[in-house]
Design a binder for this molecule. Structure first.
Ligand SMILES: NC(=O)c1ccc[n+]([C@@H]2O[C@H](COP(=O)([O-])OP(=O)(O)OC[C@H]3O[C@@H](n4cnc5c(N)ncnc54)[C@H](O)[C@@H]3O)[C@@H](O)[C@H]2O)c1
Length: 437
């Protein structure tokens, strides 16, 4: 990348990109950049994943993703490599983007994949190259973990934090439209990273430091979690005093410009279940207690299970059906990371080991998750003979459920509906209906 430094830093657009970790975030970015004619090599430690991506197949459910993948593979702009292959071609790359996973270990972030990925490619990074951190990290990771590894090679490697904020299920659309946050501690890094993301056509939000960008990402997801936490707390209170939370929340919001309270419901997913904890941990590192963040997450983790509490008190031979196994129903995804269904399964197993648990996910069958429960292939098969039905997501495919439940479920079936998907008035009189809101 040639540069004119001093006041106006100009970067010529000859980006050659290596993306480390081509899971959801890495893959969508790799395709988006390749669609803008930027050569991209996607690198991953998962051999099966690399083999299927090279065949133009992906397990990620996103509108148009497979078509875009095949198009960019055929154009020659995108290719994938497994980490055990000869990686010498990475020497021709001038931009390295880290999109590896950063899961929690207990309630603390695990940065092992970031350091491993960097160790693996450091020999191919040259002096004036750009390294972009795109994984979600605790505040200070770029300076304290990534920078020292890069400095061993050269202090003039540029470093920027450009967090991913797209929503699963609509990422291939959002990636070309959402403003891209870019943080860096120096002007050259900021300018280089800006030049790259400008090629996606997005508005750029430039931040004055790596830390600001790390924190902005955490703030986005934690804010959502706080909103759900508040709604869930109100719902738990309403449950106790036997009034409908939906009525209260609707009244509070209706034509009132200063309220936009969300409906209560299970709040999870790979980001919401961990990012608030990463924010809490980040605060602790700087002696700041983030008590609202922590409480909201705890409310979200506990209160929704509390709804089930009175209905799983004795050991019974019963068929319990979970409708919706992904971590959300809309937009449609086949992703079990952070799925509330997993907590529900653990809870039911603990309370009633005799229960036969069946699941149905309208987006498809999980190959690796939920293999310890029966996964039904059709909604009819799933509902047949169910004693308890727990509606865990708001999938748009859950239509006219009442008719199917009346016809196929046990006549005394209990329906626990977290999203008000079913209409209780349409259920047979013998059935019991319970809604979270
Ligand atoms: N999923 C989302 O909606 C989302 C949104 C915004 C940000 N994020 C953040 O982005 C990051 C990635 O998330 P994801 O959902 O894509 O995770 P993912 O688990 O789908 O993908 C991570 C990939 O990294 C690979 N990997 C791990 N170690 C590696 C190494 N040393 N070298 C090369 N590849 C390696 C894994 O095999 C995996 O394919 C996380 O920090 C996450 O918090 C996720």
């Amino acid at each position: 990348m040639s540069q004119l430094l001093k006041k106006d830093i100009k970067i010529e657009h000859n980006f050659k990109v290596c993306i480390l970790g081509v899971g959801f975030v890495g893959l969508t970015l790799a395709i988006a950049l390749a669609k803008r004619n930027i050569p991209v090599i996607g690198l991953d430690i998962n051999l099966e994943l690399i083999q299927s991506l090279n065949k133009g197949e992906t397990h990620v459910i996103e509108p148009n993703i497979e078509e875009f993948l095949q198009e960019t593979l055929q154009s020659g702009k995108l290719s994938f490599r497994h980490s055990s292959e000869d990686l010498s071609m990475l020497k021709s790359c001038n931009t390295f983007i880290l999109t590896v996973g950063t899961p929690l270990s207990g309630s603390e972030i695990s940065l092992g994949s970031i350091t491993n990925a960097l160790d693996q490619i450091i020999e191919y990074i040259s002096e004036d190259d750009l390294v972009i951190l795109r994984s979600t990290t605790s505040v200070g990771t770029a300076n304290e973990v990534v920078r020292p590894i890069l400095n061993k090679k050269s202090k003039s490697i540029s470093l920027a934090m450009c967090p991913e904020r797209t929503i699963e299920g609509n990422a291939m659309q959002e990636i070309f439209h959402l403003p891209q946050i870019i943080g860096a501690d120096d002007e050259i890094s900021l300018t280089k990273a800006t030049s790259l993301f400008e090629l996606l056509g997005t508005e750029i939000v430039k931040l004055s430091s790596l830390k600001s960008a790390e924190l902005a990402k955490l703030v986005n997801n934690t804010y959502r979690d706080l909103m759900f936490g508040f709604a869930n707390e109100i719902a738990a209170f309403c449950q106790k005093i036997k009034i409908p939370a939906s009525e209260v929340i609707h009244a509070a919001n209706y034509n009132y410009p200063r309220s936009n309270i969300s409906l209560p419901g299970p709040s999870g997913g790979p980001c919401l279940e961990k990012d608030p904890w990463i924010l809490v941990q980040s605060g602790k590192q700087y002696d700041v207690e983030l008590s609202i963040t922590k409480s909201a997450r705890q409310v979200n983790e506990n209160s929704v299970l509390n709804l089930l509490d009175p209905y799983f008190v004795s050991e019974l031979s019963e068929k319990v059906l979970l409708l919706g196994l992904s971590f959300k129903g809309t937009p449609e995804i086949l992703d079990a990371r952070g799925s509330f269904a997993k907590n529900v399964i653990d809870f039911i197993r603990y309370r009633n080991p005799l229960a036969e648990i069946t699941g149905y996910e309208p987006a498809g069958i999980f190959k690796y998750d939920f293999i310890d429960i029966v996964q039904s292939r059709s909604i009819q098969e799933a509902i047949s003979g169910a004693d308890k039905i727990l509606i865990l997501t708001n999938s748009l495919k859950f239509v006219d459920l009442e008719e199917l439940i009346n016809k196929l479920a046990d006549r005394n079936c209990l329906v626990i509906d977290y999203w008000q998907v079913a209409k209780p008035a349409l259920l047979s009189k013998e059935m019991r209906y319970l809604s979270w809101s």
